[in-house]
Design a protein around this ligand. Structure first.
Ligand code: AMP
Length: 320
């Protein structure tokens, strides 16, 4: 039951493959911490319509969607406290997106980082990717979200949601939308990958969140070490996610120049951290029907809230 004294939190992840520890520390861990704080009404969704820009194979989409639902529950999202749902189960997202499309201009969307990056790479960009910030604005504004926990790369999209809300209310002389704020944990805003750049699937520099010990070892051994200093910066910057810096400093001091030892210690720490989640996930995977029921229940709650907001929007624009 939504509790009006609580703030509303919404966020989502695209079902485009295994999440990595950048997704986890940058965004997903915050979902769980904030859920457990008891201060928020939490809605966390599987952004399958955003994912459709990349995943265009039905079987793969089904598999990746179930995978992400398992990931969410395995990291500690509790369906009793958080409604977990699929974006495509709530048609109001795309309906509101269309309404916003009529007031958002092309030059405005052309300023989006994601679009500029794709353009710089000379990639042929589809309309869905170009329009991504508008669908994301709908995802957020539909629920009167106060906060959106995300990684740094999503900051601009939250600003877009605010701009679109203000523009809508200005054009239609209404007070329909609440302005959301991003919630970015500065210390993990950009989690580095094994090559020191931002951890990202597209760079091939990830450590998967539910990695097996072998996968962890392989990824850690591939971390690029810079031999110019005493501390291998790329190893250290990943290591500090798993251990307090007060413990890391003496460890790195005692192992100056001994990169293999430090990498071994990192493998141990990552594996100890991931193991319980990996095991919980494996247990859950045995009962996909249960997971589907959780998604249906989440969708029911989300549809209820979304329908109410969409009705207010439709009144504001004069279609009802
Ligand atoms: P996506 O894969 O775009 O659905 O990302 C899911 C969430 O993970 C978003 O909130 C991103 O901002 C966050 N994220 C992705 N990569 C990183 C990273 N390397 N460091 C911190 N956050 C990240």
């Amino acid at each position: 039951m939504p509790n009006t004294s609580k703030k509303t939190l919404i966020s989502g992840v695209k079902p485009t493959g295994r999440p990595h520890i950048g997704n986890y520390f940058g965004a997903m861990k915050q979902f769980v911490d904030l859920q457990d704080s008891g201060k928020y009404d939490c809605r966390i969704f599987i952004a399958d319509y955003h994912g459709l820009n990349l995943i265009q194979d039905a079987e793969e989409m089904r598999r990746l969607t179930l995978d992400l639902a398992l990931d969410y529950i395995a990291i500690g999202l509790d369906p009793k406290k958080t409604s977990i749902f699929k974006q495509s189960d709530v048609p109001a997202h795309t309906e509101l997106c269309w309404i916003f499309d009529t007031i958002v201009t092309m030059p405005y969307l052309m300023r989006a980082h994601a679009f500029k990056d794709a353009e710089a790479k000379d990639k042929e960009i589809n309309v869905g990717t170009f329009n991504y910030p508008v669908l994301m604005a709908a995802d957020i504004l539909l629920y009167d979200a106060d906060v959106v926990p995300v990684g740094q790369d999503q900051k601009q999209h939250i600003e877009y949601a605010r701009d679109i809300a203000l523009k809508f209310d200005n054009i239609f002389r209404s007070e329909t939308f609440k302005l959301p704020t991003d919630l970015i944990m500065e210390s993990v805003a950009v989690v580095p990958g094994t090559d020191g750049r931002k951890m990202s699937k597209s760079y091939g520099n990830t450590i998967p969140l539910f990695a097996t010990r072998e996968e962890i070892t392989k990824a850690v051994m591939s971390i690029v070490t810079d031999s110019s200093g005493d501390v291998p910066v790329n190893v250290y910057n990943i290591h500090r996610l798993f251990r307090p810096e007060s413990e890391l400093r003496p460890l790195y001091e005692a192992n100056k120049g001994k990169y293999a030892n430090l990498k071994k210690a990192l493998v141990e720490d990552i594996d100890a951290f991931i193991k319980p989640m990996r095991e919980r996930r494996a247990e859950l995977a045995d009962d996909p029907k249960k997971v589907m029921r959780i998604l249906k229940k989440g969708a029911k709650a989300a549809n209820k809230a979304a329908a109410k907001k969409l009705e207010a929007v439709k009144k504001a624009i004069g279609v009802i």
